[in-house]
Design a protein around this ligand. Structure first.
Ligand code: ADP
Ligand code: MG
Length: 615
């Protein structure tokens, strides 16, 4: 057999990679604007034709490029921003992978004009489908102008995939907003089809927000300003009375980089609690500044997500800072605003390992409240957990115990699960019984155990998902045919927020337009014929419901919701094998007695109780 593996030609490889970086005109806009900012420009023009499908042009007055750089910049991994891997950790610029221009050039015709301040003559470079077409001297102002024409001309599938002009324009505007809010010190001019639609002069942040969202915002905003040793937080929040039904103007930046973080958003929203009606969302424009070391480097720095060394601490600071602002504007019942700072920052910054706070709340743990007295807990163990020993006591399948179970022989009534199981096996009899398609009954040493099948399965799935996620290998199974689902606006919003986590749990989901999502893979072991829409909607609903309590552990939240939706329903007939598997798996769980949300999974009716009843 001849060799079959071939290296893809560069042009094809670039096209594929480009798909990842540039999904739509707005992604190109983002990359070009970020480059202009990185180049130190303080005046940037964005020019769009046909929602970016025909032309995207960004003109800046930044440092420009030399003749060599002007052609080098289209090479993949050509970047002036990092030289060694360790630079990654202290990155302050927007881009650094050196991928954007190569990607754009792979799928469009790009015309670049650039000149540095030291040179009289600039350079014009034209590239198309990843090939340099020409490089010539040209006359141009200092700075750089990049025109991207006919985006996706050579990838028709992607081009066809583009949405209506209005939708694409909305995406572009969002990118511009995100960047413009972060940099009010830069002026932006935005032209659409030859019309200047946004003129954003250099200004203060508040003015910039008003320029973008309407002059009435001047009255709507309350400043936030808090400085601790670890972070500085500044910006504005909207007054509670202007909170909106849809989660709209929420902008969060860390070190000037726009990020999406449901966790941090939640911190802000929680400060508004009791000030706004349920279901309403405040607007906010907040900036966090922190040393890059505080940010978890494992989180891809190009993504819009973020993880801090100490999430919980950051959460508390944000919440406190926002509360304090609302309070000092007499908008919130003031509780602890006497303090100088909203947050007591007594932590030495360095030389102190950052630990989780000493009080941790395990949302899954349901203390054995009175009335539910399972007195299994032994010292040193989590209450609620049945140790293997205890399980053995409860259900010693392999131990041989002499028993008399024959009610006819008039002897004392004694039962042993062992007798049950052995006998059952020998006779090919059942060890598990299903009751009302809802409970699994099985004899145990001390009596009869009744297990709620759905709740048990919920617990099993939850712990399994958790293990998979913890070990970083939530296995997926590719779907033969990808599934498309359409959600409501709100549902889509929530799914987008939790999508990374959902992916970590084994789903592969692509966000389409119009609240549509394409599901390409589902967690391994999940039955393919499940109504996926149901599963996702269910978990979204759950997440929504849990939001109020949702603190640190969003992941748990999702896993819980997944477990809940995927568990076998009441009403489903189970085979003996299935029951056996549920029971065995249940008792391999850490906390078999309760569902992740704290409902009772099983009950045991003791012999004593039974015999009492038969007196
Ligand atoms: P990255 O921004 O990740 O470095 P890009 O592909 O976006 O990668 O850009 C490659 C390089 O081209 C940049 O590192 C920079 O040196 C140069 N460059 C791109 N755009 C501009 C610009 N507007 N002004 C000056 N230099 C630029
Ligand atoms: Mg870049």
């Amino acid at each position: 057999m001849s060799d079959v593996i071939k290296l893809l030609p560069d042009a094809v490889a670039n096209q594929i990679a480009a798909g990842e970086v540039i999904q739509r005109p707005a992604s190109a806009v983002k990359e070009l604007l970020e480059n202009a900012i990185d180049a130190g420009a303080d005046s940037i023009r964005l020019i769009i034709k046909d929602a970016g499908k025909t032309l995207i042009q960004v003109v800046d007055n930044g440092v420009g490029m030399t003749e060599t750089d002007a052609s080098l910049c289209f090479e993949r991994h050509a970047t002036s921003k990092i030289q060694q891997a360790s630079d990654l950790f202290s990155i302050r610029t927007m881009g650094f992978r050196g991928e954007a221009l190569a990607s754009v050039a792979a799928i469009a015709r790009v015309e670049l004009k650039t000149r540095t301040v030291d040179e009289q003559i600039g350079t014009e470079v034209i590239a198309e489908a990843a090939k340099l077409q020409s490089r010539n001297p040209c006359n141009c102002p200092k700075g750089t102008s990049i025109s991207v024409k006919n985006l996706f001309f050579n990838t028709p599938a992607r081009r066809n995939f583009l949405k209506s002009d209005n939708v694409e324009k909305r995406h572009i505007l969002h990118e511009l907003q995100r960047i413009a809010i972060a940099r009010p010190d830069i002026s932006f001019h935005y032209y659409q089809n030859n019309q200047l639609t946004h003129q954003l002069n250099k200004s203060k942040l508040k003015q910039r927000i008003a320029n973008l969202f309407g002059s009435n915002y001047n009255q709507r905003l309350v400043p936030v300003d808090e400085n601790t040793q670890i972070v500085k937080i500044s910006g504005f929040v909207g007054k509670p009375e202007y909170a909106k039904k849809v989660r709209g103007e929420q902008f969060f930046y860390v070190n000037q980089r726009y990020i999406r973080s449901p966790y941090l958003n939640h911190a802000v929203e929680s400060a508004f609690k009791e000030l706004i009606p349920e279901g309403a969302h405040p607007s906010f424009f907040l900036f966090l500044e922190t040393a890059p070391e505080q940010i978890d480097v494992n989180v891809h720095p190009t993504k819009t997500e973020i993880k801090f060394q100490d999430d919980n601490y950051i959460y508390q600071i944000i919440k406190a800072a926002v509360k304090r602002s609302l309070g000092s504007y007499n908008l919130s019942p003031s509780i602890d605003f006497e303090q100088e700072s909203a947050f007591d920052d007594d932590r030495p910054v360095k030389d102190r390992p950052i630990k989780p706070p000493s009080i941790t709340i395990n949302p899954d743990y349901n203390p054995f409240e009175t009335g539910r007295s399972h007195k299994h807990s032994t010292s040193g163990e989590l209450p609620g957990r049945i140790s293997p020993k205890q399980w053995e006591k409860l259900y010693p399948a392999d131990v041989d115990l002499p028993v008399s179970g024959d009610a006819d022989d008039g002897k004392q009534f004694v039962i042993s699960p062992d007798w049950e199981s052995r006998e059952a096996e020998e006779n090919g009899q059942k060890k598990f019984f299903q009751l009302h398609a809802r409970y699994i009954l099985t004899p145990v040493k001390s009596g009869i155990m009744i297990i709620d099948q759905q709740r048990a399965h919920e617990r099993i799935l939850f712990e399994k998902f958790n293990r998979n996620v913890a070990s970083g290998k939530a296995a997926s199974q590719q779907l033969l045919f990808s599934d498309q689902i359409r959600l409501t606006e709100n549902e889509a919003e929530i799914l987008k927020e939790i999508i990374e986590v959902v992916q970590d749990c084994g789903f592969s989901i692509r966000i389409l337009e119009n609240n549509e999502f394409e599901i390409n893979a589902i967690p391994a072991g999940l039955s393919e014929d499940l109504a996926l829409e149901d599963v996702l909607e269910g978990l979204i609903e759950n997440v929504h419901k849990n939001r109020e309590e949702f603190r640190k552990d969003m992941q748990n939240n999702v896993l819980r919701a997944m477990a809940k939706r995927m568990a076998v329903r009441h009403g489903k007939a189970l085979t003996e094998e299935e029951m056996s598997s549920i029971v065995n798996n249940l008792f391999a769980c850490e906390i078999p007695q309760f569902t992740p949300s704290g409902k009772i999974v099983l009950q045991i009716i003791s012999h004593l109780e039974l015999s009492e009843r038969f007196k």
